[in-house]
Design a protein. Structure first.
Length: 188
């Protein structure tokens, strides 16, 4: 993560023991990181679809991914290939791609991020406790430029787990789930 490291977020949110001075310093640095990140997002506008840019620039609270849950993370040379024997898997012609799917905290939006032209993917996923629930809540995410041709999406979970993907093209989709159950049902 270029702007929002786990150490900075943990210190600013009092997740670690520290002095009041260190916490104030971290809060100041986090505010500056947010300003710098918004400036970078503004510069990325021509490189993204309108929906993707609007999401990254204005997606907060109910329309963002804070406290979202990871539904799936897929990566490979044949994400869209059907292994049914009807068509060959063309060796050495496939392109590495990745797909991340999230359900927002309120469970009323399903987000899909497809990354084409993946050049690097790093993943450090782990559960909050051995044998416990999954990776848990997504705390923050960012989209930054690597160079003129590549972008990087990074996401950081509250437990410190992370996923980072460098790629050429982003396909972003958000769809309303039409949730029919009350919020209390998600805790049962």
């Amino acid at each position: 993560m270029k702007y929002f490291s786990y150490e900075l977020i943990a210190t600013a949110n009092r997740w670690v023991e520290q002095t009041a001075e260190k916490m104030r310093e971290a809060e100041t640095l986090l505010g500056k990181a947010g300003e710098d990140y918004r400036r970078e997002l503004d510069s990325l506008r021509p490189r993204l679809s309108r929906a993707a840019w609007d999401f990254f620039r204005h997606g907060f609270a109910r329309t963002g991914l804070h406290d979202a849950n990871l539904l799936s993370f897929n990566i490979g040379d044949g994400l869209d290939y059907r292994a049914d024997g009807k068509a060959p898997f063309r060796l050495n012609l496939q392109k590495l791609s990745a797909r991340l799917e999230f359900l927002n905290y309120e469970q009323d939006f399903h987000y899909t991020f497809e990354f084409r032209g993946v050049t690097r993917a790093q993943c450090d996923l782990f559960s909050a406790a051995p044998g416990g629930p999954g990776v848990g809540d997504l705390f923050t995410y960012e989209l930054v430029s690597i160079d003129d041709d590549h972008l990087q999406f990074g996401c950081l979970f509250a437990v410190g787990a992370s996923i980072t993907i460098q790629f050429r093209k982003l396909i972003f989709r958000r769809r309303r789930t039409n949730r029919k159950y009350g919020m209390g049902e998600i805790y049962r």
